[in-house]
Structure formats: C-alpha cells, structure tokens
Design a protein around this ligand. Structure first.
Ligand code: ATP
Length: 295
C-alpha cells in the first residue's frame, strides 16, 4: 500500500549575518546572509484525500486559502508534476508570523518536499530548488539539506557551511508584525549599509569561517553578528533595541534582530543563564523561546 499520510516539521531560521548590497533593476535586493536553522518548528500533516487542495491552520490567524504559501507550494507542485491535486493539509503554527524567522517560507519548502515523498513524484533536489525559488527568496534555503548556509544573490544561491556550535538562543518576539517589504522599501532612505564586519577578510568564505571562532569573535571584542535591516526596523519599533540591550544585560554574548524583524535573539554559552533570561522575558511577552541551532 502506498503511504497516504505524512507528518513533516518545518524549522525556523535566524540570520546570523545579513548585509544588503543593493537593489537590482527587477526590484529584488542582492544580499549576503548567513542563515541558521533552529529547532523551533511548525508541524504539517499531509494526507492524500478528497479533491483539490484543502488547508487548515488551527488556532492561527493566517489565511487558509491561496494567500497561504503552503497552498501556493501545493498548487505549484501539482501543476508542475501533473499529479491529481487531492491533498488535505493541516498546519500547526509554532513559529511567530511576520517575525523574521522565515516561517511561511519553511512551511512552503516542507510542503514541496513532503508532497514529493508522498506522491512518489521523484523530483530531484535541483527541481525542488527551482520550484522553491518561484515561491520566495528564502524558500530554497529550507528545501536544501543545510543547517547553516552562506546565502547570496537574492537569497537563492546557497553554500553549505559548518555553523558555530555550543550555544543556545533566546528568541524574543515583541508581538509586532513587520512587513519585510516595508523594511526593504525604507532601507534605501535610512541605510547605513555598512559591510565593515567584512573588514580584514579577503572573501566571504573566510568571513563565514570566522563565525566558527570562539564566541563569534571578529576581533577587538567585536562580534561577527550583523544585520543591515536592524536600524530600519528599530527606528519604527525602538522596543527592539530595548530587547537587545536586555538580552546582553542578561548575559548573552551577542544579540541581533533576525531578518526584517521583529524577533530579536540573544546567544548564550550557558543553559542556566539562558533559562533565566527566557523566564524574565516570558513575564513581558508571549512569544519567547529557548532553542538550539540545528547541526
Ligand atoms: P521572512 O523572515 O522570510 O521575511 P517572516 O518570518 O518575516 O519571513 P512569515 O511568517 O513567513 O514572515 O509571514 C509573512 C506573511 O506571509 C504574513 O503576512 C502571512 O500572513 C503570510 N503567510 C502566508 N503563508 C504563511 C504561512 N504558511 N505561515 C506564515 N505566514 C504566512
């Protein structure tokens, strides 16, 4: 009997580094980023039944129709393969929405990979990556079997790197949905686009390797963590800066906003210190998580 149901996990990501290099004529931005998958996951259940694509997202406010990236991924998969589109999908969101954690992109990637397995479609990773890029710039990273990647171009060129190890992340989402589009639109006006963190490194691979140093140290007590989008989002939502400062005061050795925000993460060497920080943020915000990087 062929399998008819599949459970699949869709992990979130943080950007350990994000520098926007410029805007292209087609409106996309060229960037350099180090993306790290983490063990905060959405859960998807796929079942081949009924007719058409049906999607339910219990206890979540996100749309359950063609506006959902999961629905769009399923539509693309069935259109490309010519397989009958009979699937019902349940998506249980754990990853905060519009939070800079790539939740929607990861859900879309999990849908493509899951349907490929469930329908025994035999699409190659290359084919899946191509479909992923059509759904969004961050989707290929989640299709690729890479816990950590150096990401270039508009986000679709991936190079697997060995990520840093031995740390915990405390994620704090202040409950502000931030539009990625708004942040990029405002970047040109306010950007202090500043790739200074690459100073002293002859190329990106060398820079990426430096992330593996003790405590992400770049030198002069400086850290390799950097995000060009942070200043844009902080101007609109100063609470992001406050959270960063509190994470550092709690003992994080570095703290940064992820993607276009609004989630801020602090990196901790010691679990007990991280747990204390999580507990104090839990009194203030609902979406606070203590997670590890996927390796
Ligand atoms: P990124 O870090 O890639 O910019 P994000 O984490 O900031 O992404 P998402 O959570 O992926 O943002 O959602 C952004 C928008 O996409 C929201 O407005 C949401 O309504 C819509 N969306 C569509 N499908 C999904 C999904 N499966 N999960 C979450 N949001 C979705």
């Amino acid at each position: 009997m062929p399998i008819r149901e599949l459970d699949i996990l869709a992990p979130a990501k943080v950007n350990l580094f994000l520098s926007v290099l410029g805007k292209r004529p087609d409106g996309y931005h060229d960037l350099i980023s180090v993306m790290q998958k983490i063990d905060l996951v959405d859960q998807l259940h796929l079942c081949l039944e009924g007719s058409g694509i049906s999607l339910s997202c219990p206890s979540s406010v996100i749309p359950e129709d063609s506006r959902n990236l999961v629905w769009q991924a399923a539509r693309l998969f069935f259109d490309r393969t010519g397989i009958n589109d009979n699937v019902s999908i349940t998506l249980r969101k754990m990853i905060p929405v519009a939070a800079g954690l790539g939740g929607g992109s990861s859900d879309a990637a999990a849908t493509l990979s899951g349907l490929n397995t469930l329908c025994a479609a035999g699409l190659s990773t290359e084919e899946l990556l191509c479909m992923a890029a059509r759904l969004g710039a961050d989707v290929p990273f989640f299709v690729a079997d890479m816990p950590t990647a150096l990401v270039t171009g508009i986000g679709t060129e991936l190079q697997s790197i060995t990520g840093p190890r031995g740390y915990w992340l405390v994620l704090v989402n202040p409950g502000l949905a931030v539009s990625t589009r708004w942040v990029y639109e405002n970047l040109l006006l306010t950007s202090e686009a500043n790739p200074y963190k690459l100073r002293g490194y002859s190329d990106l691979s060398e820079y990426a390797a430096s992330l593996l140093g003790d405590d992400f140290a770049v030198g002069d007590g400086d850290h390799a963590l950097y995000n060009d989008l942070e200043s844009v989002t902080v101007k609109k939502h100063p609470v992001i800066q406050t959270i960063k400062e509190q994470l550092l005061a709690d003992g994080a050795f570095a703290a940064l906003m992820s993607g276009s925000g609004s989630t801020v993460f602090g990196l901790f060497r010691h679990l007990d210190v991280a747990e204390k920080s999580r507990a104090s943020f839990r009194k203030l915000y609902q979406d606070v998580f203590l997670v590890t990087p996927l390796t």
